[in-house]
Design a protein. Structure first.
Length: 691
């Protein structure tokens, strides 16, 4: 018997990016556990990933290429060989490209966060082909835009410092479910005497464990931040020296927030003026005592019309009170830009034709698949290659997405581990490897370690890494550039720019042996200013926003759909709805793992007792949630965890595992955010009735 321990990395769309140790016995992975030596992971994995072997060896793994033999959406396939699959794909793509390669579209996101199996060989392939570009907006682009306008880059508080904070605001997230290792630090801070305050429309698992929960209306986070700034400035709870030296536009900001009294803020947010005042005073006075105040800002706040502005407004708060002076102070939205990624080397945009191809927004894929050729759009989409994504389940306004995928004249290829809702619509399904079966390298967005993933086992069945699939397609397409012959190790070795002092010590071979290595970053990145903005300061007033047609100062942009902003619509659809992640799923990943799905139970809708009584709904009733875009069924849970006027459908379920074959995205909209062209998943009005 041969037993070995292989260093690996969790590949999923989560800020924790855990270091894993995989036990392999006679070529079979028998256990996955957290690396106890990795400072962030500290030996702990979430429930989902601790069962990763269950996913890799799942009886429903796609292990051979398949071609469709039924109608699109039926999920009926026949096994074929790799040669037939690749020849079929290359023949179809060559014919379409001869007319216009922009009629071909890649569709991918964060099914793996790896820099190799994500957008390296795949990006090279589509750039060389001249295919349409994909604007990858579905998760974080609105918040990223707002943060970058203000701070200059997605750099913030190191997660390893949060346990030293005295006050932590957990704003727009549920880290118990989706950011375990931050939550461990927050709990340690709590044990040391820190106060934890959750700001969230829903009393999540996290909010229940905080000292205070402020249940504001969906989409009103920007207003709350303006109200906090009003109180901080009016009551002189700011760090005047830090503001004078390291911020831009304070005088304009001061005038702007005068109108955001606690009373006006409270009305916009659906809370009390006392809550606004108390929160501002606690934040400001804690900072004035020289203690660290920190904000863990998550993406829930940005999935509404004014989501980018909401993130911008919140990102102004630490500079106002000088929170950045402390390593444990400031704000963390994302650490992505801490990593000097060699994106141009990995993705080779220089391979694109001189005439840059058009760009399609992944968040509007439903409408775009149904569009005919037009001068303002370009050619109709004739071929779609999906990898690392499940758009039929995840993209907004799901009925349109399914209708687009059902087009008989659309040639669809899906690289997958399982026969997902999207794979059911494919013409060709190709078996992809899981993280235990291939090499990869990772940056993160929640901590500051470069991470290596070694292949622990040989690929199961006939599965191939994404990179190898696109190498072989490139060969069949006649692409002879040397970059298409680079191995996965060759690509990983180029992932980070060693000319940048943060990664000057990067060495792929050493990283593979160790598993992880921290960037060279200061403990407190903006203690002395030095923001990566054009001015070098935190920009309360942002000239770039003015040039981009946006308000250059913090403001409030109301939701597309709310009782206050759209009262006519609210007469028919009076309830706001949000669909945050279920604890046992990660987007649509893990939904088909029986033990996790059994733990989650079935699709539920949390509804406040007052709203339930008005509709004759009792706990456990099957209910229909609907608006003009569509409807879906769920089981009602009557609970005050959802504030009055709000319903919460924890998501996102594969449609095939729901009783009616639908999920929460039947009612979400393809309307976009104020900046970043992102979806507005939490900007939804619905009606609920007994089914």
């Amino acid at each position: 018997m041969t037993v070995s321990i292989v260093r690996a990395t969790c590949p999923h769309d989560c800020p924790d990016t855990c270091a894993m140790l995989v036990t392999v016995q006679d070529g079979v992975a028998t256990q996955v556990r957290g690396d106890p030596e990795h400072p962030t992971t500290a030996g702990a994995l979430c429930t989902k990933v601790s069962r990763y072997t269950e996913r890799t060896y799942h009886k429903d793994r796609v292990l051979h290429p398949m071609k469709r033999i039924g109608k699109k959406g039926e999920g009926k396939f026949q096994r074929i060989g790799w040669d037939e699959a690749l020849d079929t794909i290359s023949t179809r793509l060559k014919a379409i490209a001869a007319r216009d390669p922009q009629a071909i579209l890649p569709y991918s996101y964060a099914g793996t966060m790896g820099l190799v199996q994500g957008e390296s060989m795949a990006a090279r392939f589509f750039h060389k082909l001249g295919a349409s570009l994909l604007e990858r907006t579905i998760c974080a682009s609105a918040g990223g835009a707002g943060y970058i306008y203000t701070i200059g880059a997605r750099i913030g508080t190191d997660v390893e410092q949060f346990q030293n904070a005295r006050l932590i605001l957990i704003w727009g997230g549920n880290p118990v479910a989706s950011n375990l290792h931050f939550w461990m630090r927050a709990q340690e801070a709590k044990r040391r005497g820190a106060r934890l305050i959750a700001i969230d429309p829903y009393r999540s698992l996290t909010a229940e464990k905080c000292h205070q929960h402020i249940a504001l209306l969906p989409g009103s986070d920007a207003a709350l931040a303006l109200g906090l700034m009003h109180v901080l400035i009016a009551e002189k709870l700011i760090d005047e020296e830090y503001v004078a030296q390291h911020t831009l536009g304070f005088d304009q900001l001061k005038e702007r927030v005068k109108e955001w009294t606690p009373q006006r803020t409270a009305q916009a947010c659906g809370i009390t003026a006392a809550e606004v005042e108390q929160l501002a005073r606690e934040y400001g006075t804690t900072a004035q005592r020289g203690e660290a105040v920190a904000i863990r800002l998550n993406y829930g706040v940005q999935r509404v019309h004014g989501g980018g502005m909401a993130v911008r407004n919140i990102a102004c708060l630490p500079a106002l009170v000088g929170a950045w002076r402390h390593a444990a102070g400031g704000v963390q939205l994302s650490a992505s830009d801490s990593f000097p990624k060699n994106s141009r080397v990995l993705q080779r945009p220089d391979l694109m034709p001189a005439q840059r191809p058009r760009t399609i927004n992944m968040s509007t894929i439903g409408s775009d698949l149904l569009r005919a050729a037009a001068p303002d759009f370009g050619p109709q989409i004739e071929a779609l290659i999906v990898y690392n994504a499940n758009p039929v389940a995840v993209a907004p306004e799901s009925a349109k997405v399914a209708q687009g995928f059902a087009r008989e004249d659309l040639f669809t290829v899906v690289l997958e581990h399982f026969q997902t809702d999207t794979a059911d619509y494919a013409d060709i399904v190709l078996p992809a490897t899981t993280q235990l079966e291939h090499v990869d390298i990772h940056a993160t967005y929640g901590h500051l370690y470069m991470m290596a993933n070694n292949a622990a086992i040989a690929p199961l069945g006939e599965a191939k890494p994404n990179t190898e699939i696109f190498r072989q397609l490139a060969h069949r397409m006649g692409f002879d550039d040397p970059c298409f012959r680079e191995s996965d190790d060759d690509i990983a070795a180029q992932a980070f720019n060693r000319a940048n002092e943060r990664a000057i010590h990067f060495d792929w071979d050493a990283l593979k042996r160790k598993g992880w290595q921290k960037l060279n970053m200061p403990d407190a990145p903006f203690a002395n200013g030095g923001f990566p903005t054009p001015s070098g300061k935190c920009e309360f007033y942002c000239e770039r926003m003015l040039r981009d047609g946006l308000d250059p100062l913090p403001t409030y942009i109301p939701p597309h759909e709310s009782v206050a902003s759209n009262p006519e619509l609210a007469k028919t659809y009076p309830l706001a709805m949000i669909s945050p992640p279920a604890r046992n799923f990660l987007n649509s990943t893990f939904v088909n793992v029986e033990s996790l799905r059994d733990t989650e139970g079935e699709p539920h809708l949390d509804i406040h007792p007052v709203d339930a009584v008005e509709r004759g709904i009792e706990d456990g009733n099957r209910v229909r949630i609907h608006n003009a875009r569509g409807s879906f069924l769920a089981t009602a849970r009557v609970t005050d965890r959802a504030r009055q006027g709000l319903v919460v459908g924890l998501s996102i379920w594969w449609k095939k595992f729901a009783a009616d074959g639908k999920n929460a995205n039947e009612v979400t909209s393809q309307r976009l955010t104020d900046m970043g062209n992102a979806p507005t998943f939490y900007d939804v009005l619905v009606q609920v009735e007994k089914a």
